[in-house]
Design a protein around this ligand. Structure first.
Ligand code: ACO
Length: 424
């Protein structure tokens, strides 16, 4: 492909074109400022590629999502979260012996240090679980480990994946003023997470296979999503060579917001509010179309997907299965289905390509499983962890990686002299 040309102030500048393996085209403007003195201005980064990456491919126009080439539907249907996590972080699906070794290490490192359990307990029980998760991950950093590790990155990666399920469950139990229980070996990641959440010390918690499968699929569906807000935050922080703990902790903060992972909590709160308001969903659809109202239908729309969110399509089916299995009739699900129908047939939503995203259905499943609403975003973080780690590792392993440092167009006052208080 020929170079891209830019004309500015009568001069022509040429920039190389980069083509990805799926045919995505980028204009490499790395030399733009050096050659032309201008910068590329792209608030919200909607047109800006911050890196080349071999982890996740999304075609938003066609609703395609692949992790390392594997379609998301196949991954969620056929594999365990452990296999997907391994493949995201280290590039290939594990052999049986690699998987056995990985699982054994996850078991070995699952226990939280007493200091981290004590830290969680310092939070008020009503504190938001994402605040606890952010602090607890930062506190996992060993005292001797202040910068990005060189040789022992894999050990830290395994430790953080192993401990995050214990950490999420310990936070959940702290909210209920219950002590944490120990991780059990010979369980899947999803199964151990369930017993860490709902089990009693000394055992005999019975894991329902259908629920374990649903959690496994949910974790896989959330495991990566290329350069979104939290992954970019992880990379941004990691680019300063801050440790994996500092980087993941920052990613949790980014995920927390309602325009990102926090939307799953907001979806449920919205459905609850509509339910309490007499289930008048049309009123809320209308309100979301009125810009003055400042209200948006949570769980609708996506920056990248402009056809459908493939994760939402899979989750919709899974939601029906889980609710049937648990024999749960949920009035909020009825409202969700009606909202979906109305929104999908409304011109406002069709024109703007707004349809349910992954957060729209995940909340309904979490609710059916008895997970409290304010834990939903922690569930998202649990799934997203391997993706963040893969993004962090890819950046760290890139010898050409530079610190992330965007520029700006300054629009403030031009130079002026300071006055003393008496002169003002
Ligand atoms: N309800 C009503 N209108 C909406 C919604 C919504 N949920 N989302 C977007 N719009 C409208 C906007 O008002 C805008 O209309 P306009 O063109 O007339 O001004 C248009 O659609 C485009 O919206 P933007 O905000 O420009 O889209 P952007 O790509 O910046 O935002 C986002 C994407 C943040 C996901 C947005 O759709 C949103 O706020 N959705 C609700 C929150 C949510 O569900 N977030 C989860 C995202 S998925 C995830 O993180 C896992």
């Amino acid at each position: 492909m020929s170079n891209a040309k830019l004309e500015l102030n009568g001069q022509t500048y040429e920039f190389p074109v980069v083509v990805g393996t799926e045919g995505e085209v980028g204009i490499d403007v790395a030399k733009l400022r050096v050659s032309s003195k201008a910068i590329a201005l792209d608030p919200g980064y909607g047109n800006t590629g911050s890196c080349k990456s071999a982890i996740t491919f999304i075609n938003g126009e066609e609703g395609v999502l692949h992790y390392r080439g594997y379609p998301i539907g196949q991954l969620a249907e056929k594999l365990s979260f452990e296999e997907v996590a391994y493949m995201l972080v280290w590039g290939e699906l594990p052999s049986q012996s690699e998987l056995d070794d990985f699982k054994a290490k996850l078991d070995e490192h699952a226990a939280l240090p007493a200091s981290v359990l004590a830290l969680i307990k310092t939070f008020p029980e009503q504190a938001h679980p994402m605040a606890m998760a952010q602090a607890a991950v930062a506190a996992l950093e060993p005292a001797s480990h202040h910068v990005a590790p060189a040789d022992d990155a894999d050990a830290h990666i395994i430790s953080i994946i192993a401990k995050f399920k214990s950490l999420a469950a310990a936070i959940y139990r702290h909210q209920k003023n219950e002590p944490a229980v120990a991780s059990e070996t010979d369980l899947s990641y999803a199964g151990d997470f369930l017993q860490l959440m709902y089990g009693r010390d000394g055992g005999n918690y019975e894991i329902d296979e259908a629920i374990e499968e649903a959690i496994n699929a949910l974790l896989i569906l959330h495991a990566d999503h290329e350069q979104n807000c939290s992954a970019s935050t992880v990379r941004m922080v990691g680019s300063s060579q801050a440790s994996i703990y500092a980087s993941i902790s920052a990613g949790i903060g980014a995920l927390w917001g309602p325009l990102h992972g926090g939307a799953n909590q907001r979806v449920l709160e919205m459905l609850q509010a509509i339910h309490e308001d007499g289930a008048d969903y049309q009123k809320y659809v209308d309100m979301s179309k009125d810009k003055e109202s400042g209200f948006r239908l949570m769980g609708f729309g996506h920056r990248v997907y402009k056809n459908h969110d493939p994760r939402a399509t899979i989750l919709k089916k899974s939601t029906d299965r889980v609710l049937a299995k648990l024999d749960k009739k949920d009035p909020l699900l009825d409202i969700a289905k009606k909202l979906e129908q109305v929104a999908l047939s409304d011109d406002f939503f069709i024109k703007r390509k707004l349809f349910p995203n992954v957060d729209f259905y995940s909340g309904i499943i979490y609710r059916a499983l008895g997970i409290p609403t304010n834990m939903f975003t922690v569930m998202f973080a649990l799934g997203r962890l391997p993706g963040w780690i893969a993004q962090w590792k890819e950046l760290r392993d890139d010898p050409k990686a530079r610190i992330y440092r965007p520029r700006q167009i300054y629009t403030g006052e031009t130079k002026r002299d300071v006055t003393t208080i008496a002169e003002r």
